[in-house]
Design a protein around this ligand. Structure first.
Ligand code: IPM
Ligand code: MG
Length: 368
């Protein structure tokens, strides 16, 4: 049987640096676990703009649709701030999400024991934290029409539209309930049904999907502003949080920081299953391109490597190998390996991006 294919879009800023460590990990699984992938590389974001004048070339889009999974590093940077909106690096990522129809974005926020001290919250509030945000990713205010900046009288008006169809809410709700059944069996759905019609519909449809097909899962509803407050007050009350595109963007950054460092968090963006049962899928770290540390060997590759672990689990049905990789990372952290972003009050000497890669490969070897 042919090897599964991975398309790597390392992108901008620290993307290529952290992805170089992921490539080593992928090679390790090929060499040591008989789990070989056919890996291709292409450009996205500013890197694609520099070469092609567009943040995502049509050929790259076509390759992404063909690949069994896409791994993405990061997009954007100050160099591109002045570009026209239509060719900004972020548009490349949004096009991938939209055309691959990756409607369900899984963002785990897990607090590693070794790092509980790094959270800005008290240790007992975050120790052992393990929540999953399911963010709708292909609709809502990010894509709704009408949109634009128009002239009205003697001034301009900026317009975006929050828009959700019942079927869009239905399918992402299902993915949250399915996921909850494999975890703590609880879903908290967040919207602003107190001020937004789209929120009223969201709440209604989520409740209906629950009552019809997932009555065994515990469901609650919360206004998104209260949700943000509860996330910093008592995050461990949550298991799966289901929310829309914009609230999910905000709440997931908040949840991410609970864990101490953005450099630790992976994500999976999943679409409907193909004929072979694999969902269309793109995996990326939650951190951005971090232009302030680009090219210095300081970046933490763990979020990107954990994104590959999510690929093993959700695209390739290799949950045991994903757990092996996650355990290796946990061990490396427990042994005290720290990149610069993980330097707490106790200080110490940070290790480089590639040193972290070395440590993780050594821990993988030790797991055999
Ligand atoms: C994210 C990012 C993106 C978003 C940007 C880069 C378009 O913030 O993935 O959370 O807003 O969705
Ligand atoms: Mg974001």
């Amino acid at each position: 049987m042919a090897n599964p294919t991975l398309l790597i879009l390392a992108g901008d800023g620290i993307g290529p640096e952290v992805m170089a460590q992921v490539t080593r990990v992928i090679d390790w699984f090929g060499a040591k676990r008989d789990l070989a992938f056919d890996v291709e590389h292409d450009l996205v974001g500013g890197a694609a703009y520099d070469k092609h004048g567009t943040p995502l070339h049509d050929d790259t889009m076509a390759r992404a649709l063909e690949a069994d999974a896409v791994l993405l590093g990061a997009v954007g940077g100050p160099k591109y701030d002045e570009l026209d909106f239509s060719v900004k690096p972020e548009r490349g990522l949004l096009r991938l999400r939209k055309e691959m129809d990756l409607f369900s974005n899984l963002r785990p926020a897990q607090c590693f024991d070794a790092l509980a001290d790094f959270s800005s919250l008290k240790k007992d509030i975050v120790a052992g934290l393990d929540i999953m945000i399911v963010r709708e990713l292909t609709s809502g205010v990010y894509f709704g029409e009408p949109r634009g900046i128009i002239e009205e009288g003697n001034e301009r008006v900026g317009i975006n539209t929050q828009r959700y169809t019942e079927s869009e809410i239905d399918r992402v709700a299902r993915s949250a309930f399915e996921l909850a059944r494999r975890r703590g069996n609880k879903v908290c759905s967040m919207e602003k049904a107190n001020v937004m019609e789209s929120g009223i519909l969201w709440r209604e449809v989520v409740q209906r999907v629950h009552d019809t097909d997932y009555p065994d899962v515990e469901l609650s509803h919360m206004y998104a502003d209260n949700g943000a407050m509860q996330l910093v007050r008592a995050p461990k009350q949550f298991d799966v949080i289901l929310t829309d595109n914009l609230f999910g963007d905000i709440l997931s950054d908040c949840a991410a920081m609970l864990t101490g460092s953005l450099g630790m968090l992976p994500s999976a963006s999943l679409g409907a299953p193909n004929a072979d049962g694999r969902p269309k899928a793109l995996y990326e770290p939650v951190h951005g391109s971090a232009p302030d540390i680009t090219g210095q060997g300081k970046a933490n590759p763990i979020a990107c490597i954990l994104s590959f672990a999510m690929a093993l689990r959700y695209s390739f049905d290799q949950g045991d190998e994903a757990a092996r990789l996650e355990a290796a990372i946990e061990k490396v952290l427990a042994d005290g390996a720290r990149t610069a972003d993980l330097m707490g009050e106790e200080g110490g000497t940070p290790i480089s991006t590639s040193d972290m890669g070395d440590a993780i490969l050594a821990a993988l070897d030790a797991s055999l």
